[in-house]
Write a protein of this length. Structure first.
Lengths: 286, 260
């Protein structure tokens, strides 16, 4: 394997720092000793980690280790059997469902297969949250167009999900997750089952959201190349595409978590990931 | 081993009954607090009400016809064919109209609700809805229950009316009896308790159809096979529950309004 890149602040990230007031450094998400089991079979055991503001955490692991379950615990779609989960500083492990709904509107979630509503047009899918909030139609149209332009699918406005390709459905799902300007983004294998070109397009969108809007996120993936691209590239707003960081430079706000059979076995930077002695991680990387 | 199986099945049954009770109660209580999704209610009313009208109309018509055929054959032995209208109208309005309509609508709509919601569950659309801050119970389940209760009420009236018409058709054109006598007997013999009994039952049946259909849809697991399983469970349990509840409601209403 090549010499690991040093963790250096990229230009785009550096520019956001300086003399500005001290940012809110409280973690957006905190997991403390979280465990969950289905039918007496443990799926996650004693998992602890946090997501800081502006941080992108990539959750790695083979299929079936509980990555999607962990993601659904973050916004309360599932409840833990044990442990504490804090979202935006509030404990949600035992929060009533009615109180969780407003909390969830502050997050955006991209599901594995998109989970678009088949019976609704792209416009109604993307604007679903706004329609629920009874926002005027003109404003919904404008914001849906804006979100669709972000994912470069403005021409699908009036189409139904059935007429979109797999990659387009994921991009529409990203637009739906972004329209409410979430304070946290959750991506559940956004590139799973897609061809390499489409996967790169999706990763570019994830990077764009990270670098342009600085939205903290938690991304589940089992594709290492996607994770490494996120670490070694940045989104250039002038060029409108991602560009590689200088040789040896990685994005310090993009870090890794790794699960093995429901247990968190790694939490650290790309540099630490590449130099870990953990046998399972090494096998996974190779 | 066998004891373990019985214990597990018994626990599963009790747990399902508990889950259903909580689900049905929550869905009903949502009617009394905002947000309410009236457009969803109208869409579901169209699907349940207008969509089921043809099968309810036909089954009502032919059931009334069969009743007239069967009763005329028996009543003629006693020289009492004149009361065919009374027999058909009371049987249709008190019993067969509500029960048959309930079972026909259950077959059509409990299955469609279970399969639609089940498909949404397995494709994570329900989770997506929750993630977008919308309560699927309020958005999907409560409008279906409200629509099913209100539409079954009117569908039962349609079934009753077409049942009496079907009986009239058979009486006049096949049994060659007097139509005026048939319809006047059908009308004169009716009492308010008969009508109350016939119109209270669909309120229960409508609630059962939608709540059972949605319950099995929302707890679907196991992909497309699971959707099929949920659909079967919804239709079977809704149909059996309608007949069971019909028995209980009849018993209570007969106690409240004893026959003359």
């Amino acid at each position: 394997m090549s010499e690991p890149p040093a963790s250096v602040q990229p230009d785009s990230v550096e520019s956001s720092k300086g003399t500005a007031p001290a940012p809110d450094v409280r973690p957006v998400v905190v997991f403390r000793n979280v465990s969950i089991a289905f039918d007496d079979k443990p799926v996650l055991e004693d998992v602890s980690f946090s997501v800081a503001p502006g941080e992108t955490r990539i959750l790695l692991g083979p299929a079936g280790v509980g990555k999607s379950v962990l993601l659904k615990l973050v916004n309360g779609l599932l409840r833990p059997d044990q442990g504490s989960i804090q979202l935006f500083g509030q404990e949600i492990a035992n929060m009533p469902e009615a109180q969780l709904f407003p909390m969830r509107t502050r997050t955006g979630m991209v599901f594995q297969e998109g989970a678009l509503f088949d019976s609704l047009t792209v416009r109604d899918n993307v604007g679903y949250q706004l329609i629920s909030e009874r926002v005027p139609d003109d404003e919904i149209d404008a914001r849906v167009h804006e979100a669709l332009r972000f994912v470069e699918l403005d021409d699908t406005f009036a189409l139904y999900p059935a007429s979109l390709s797999g990659g387009m459905r994921r991009r529409v799902a990203i637009a739906r997750a972004l329209i409410h300007q979430p304070e946290l983004l959750l991506y559940d294998s956004p590139t799973g089952g897609l061809d390499p070109v489409t996967s790169t397009t999706i990763i570019e969108l994830v990077m764009k959201e990270r670098d342009v809007y600085r939205t903290p996120s938690l991304m589940v993936t089992h594709r290492l190349q996607d994770a490494f691209i996120l670490c070694t590239h940045r989104f250039d707003e002038d060029q409108g595409c991602m560009v590689p960081l200088p040789q040896g430079v990685t994005n310090p706000d993009t870090t890794f978590l790794m699960l093995e059979e429901g247990r968190l076995i790694f939490d650290g930077s790309l540099h630490e990931l590449l130099h870990t002695e953990n046998k399972f991680v090494r096998e996974f990387l190779e | 081993m066998a004891t373990n199986n019985i214990e597990r099945t018994a626990k599963q049954l009790v747990l399902t009954a508990q889950d259903y009770s909580l689900f049905a109660w929550r869905a009903l209580m949502n009617l009394f607090s905002p947000p309410r999704y009236w457009p969803e209610y109208l869409v579901q009313s169209d699907i349940v009400g207008f969509g089921s009208a043809s099968i309810v109309l036909l089954s009502g018509f032919f059931t009334g016809g069969v009743l007239a055929l069967q009763s005329a054959a028996t009543l003629s032995q006693f020289g009492a064919t004149a009361v065919t209208g009374q027999f058909v109208s009371i049987t249709m309005i008190r019993e067969l109209g509500p029960v048959l309509t309930g079972i026909m609508v259950a077959g059509r709509n409990a299955s469609s609700m279970a399969s639609e919601l089940g498909s949404m569950v397995v494709t994570e659309q329900i989770d997506a809805m929750r993630a977008l801050g919308v309560d699927p119970m309020r958005k999907l389940v409560t409008p279906r229950i409200f629509a099913c209760i209100s539409m079954l009420f009117f569908l039962t009236i349609v079934a009753d009316a077409f049942g009496i018409l079907g009986g009239g058709f058979v009486t006049v054109f096949l049994n060659h009896q007097d139509g005026t006598q048939y319809f006047s007997k059908a009308w004169e013999s009716l009492r308010y308790p008969d009508i109350i009994q016939g119109l209270v039952k669909p309120l229960f049946s409508g609630y059962i159809i939608a709540s059972v259909g949605c319950f099995y849809g929302m707890r679907t697991t196991g992909g497309t096979q699971g959707v099929g399983r949920s659909t079967i469970q919804a239709v079977v349990n809704a149909s059996v529950s309608i007949i069971l509840v019909d028995f209980l409601v009849t018993r209570v209403l007969l106690a409240l309004f004893p026959p003359l």
